[in-house]
Design a protein around this ligand. Structure first.
Ligand SMILES: C[S@@+](CC[C@H](N)C(=O)[O-])C[C@H]1O[C@@H](n2cnc3c(N)ncnc32)[C@H](O)[C@@H]1O
Length: 332
């Protein structure tokens, strides 16, 4: 290897500081993903995992009855909580997890393989077709090119075993108020508007939470189930469990305002770091006003490969998940 040649492995390891946060150099230089890789973002992902465990009642798989999977694929594994739990729960199952950012774990289950790859690349060239019992794609929207979604989902369908299930989950980045108290001038509305504008300029779809279902349908997944959640931000819900989820979600959002917002608002919309931090502080003040009852929309879609007798054909719309605002069943 020449002196100026950088190995693929070390490319993934390089990082760069921007506006006080640490980013994966490869991800930002190749226009893949613009969220930091520092301890603050790792902590945010840990909190987000807690939120989703609460919302999904600690269910790993949405299809019902639960699978006893042989092969599982996790796309954009983050801190690998889900992948590790699956591997530990099913020691005979081979779990493959992919992320653009390599994660060094001191110890991990022998049946878990962590791989470094870009989900915008063709996955069927690398991973075996017709083989995975469960494929999870959770909260990777900010890293997938908006035009990539149809081919991404089509490839996931090819990778799925004939009786397998895809489960996908994405936010719609638009903080809303249950009490109708947010106006276009509210900091929370402005943050959402600016973040979506920046993501659109970066060729990402910040409304993926709303687009997952039709995209999965077009990719041929069937029968499909969908649940739309309004994730409470703060301890405003009257229900105790929802209060707990809301309290954790508030911690998540508190960090997300800058983790997700900084790159786009500073580098793309040319705001100053101080302006973005001021906007984030104004959002935090609005989060404290519990009468606003803020929430973030999130959708979950799951379904089979669309072949006769596909596994998700037996999925119930309930599937043991926590209650959602709306759920749908396309089996009819
Ligand atoms: C918000 S975290 C979600 C982590 C995990 N899926 C979860 O739900 O807890 C998004 C993860 O997806 C990864 N990611 C985003 N875009 C990616 C891409 N194009 N290729 C590979 N990984 C990507 C990021 O590096 C990050 O670890």
């Amino acid at each position: 290897m020449g002196a100026d040649t950088v190995s693929l492995e070390s490319q993934y390891e390089e990082s760069t500081w921007e506006h006080g946060r640490l980013y994966q150099k490869f991800a930002v230089e190749k226009s893949i993903y613009w969220v930091p890789i520092d301890e603050e973002e790792e902590e945010r992902q840990n909190i987000e995992d807690d939120v989703l465990n609460g919302v999904f009642n600690n269910k790993l798989f949405f299809s019902d009855p639960p699978h006893n999977p042989n092969k599982v694929l996790d796309l954009g594994y983050g801190q690998a909580h889900w992948a590790i739990t699956v591997a530990e729960t099913y020691p005979d199952c081979e779990v493959t997890a992919i992320d653009i950012r390599p994660l060094d774990l001191p110890v991990y289950p022998p049946n878990l393989s962590l791989e470094c790859d870009n989900l915008n690349n063709i996955l069927t060239d690398v991973y075996p077709q017709d083989s995975f019992d469960i494929i999870q794609s959770r909260l990777v929207g900010p890293g997938i090119h908006k035009n990539r979604w149809p081919s991404y989902l089509a490839e996931l369908r090819q990778l799925l075993a004939p009786t397998g299930t895809l489960q996908a989950c994405e936010y719609y980045f638009n903080i809303q108020s249950h009490a109708g108290l947010l106006t276009p001038d509210s900091a929370l509305t402005r943050w959402g508007t600016l973040y979506r504008r920046a993501m659109e300029r970066l060729q990402r779809d910040p409304r993926m939470g709303n687009h997952l279902l039709p995209l999965c349908r077009s990719a041929g997944f069937a029968p499909l189930q969908v649940k739309y959640y309004e994730l409470p931000i703060g301890s405003w819900p009257s229900d105790e469990r929802q209060r707990q989820i809301g309290a954790r979600m508030l911690e998540n959002m508190d960090l997300m305002l800058e983790s997700f917002g900084l790159w786009g608002l500073v580098k793309v919309l040319e705001m100053t770091v101080e302006e973005v931090k001021k906007l984030a502080d104004d959002c935090r003040l609005e989060f404290k006003r519990e009468e606003i009852k803020p929430y973030l929309p999130c959708s979950v879609v799951w379904g089979g490969k669309g072949l006769e007798g596909s596994a998700a054909g037996s999925a119930s719309a309930d599937a043991g998940l926590d209650s959602a605002t709306t759920s749908g069943d396309e089996t009819a």
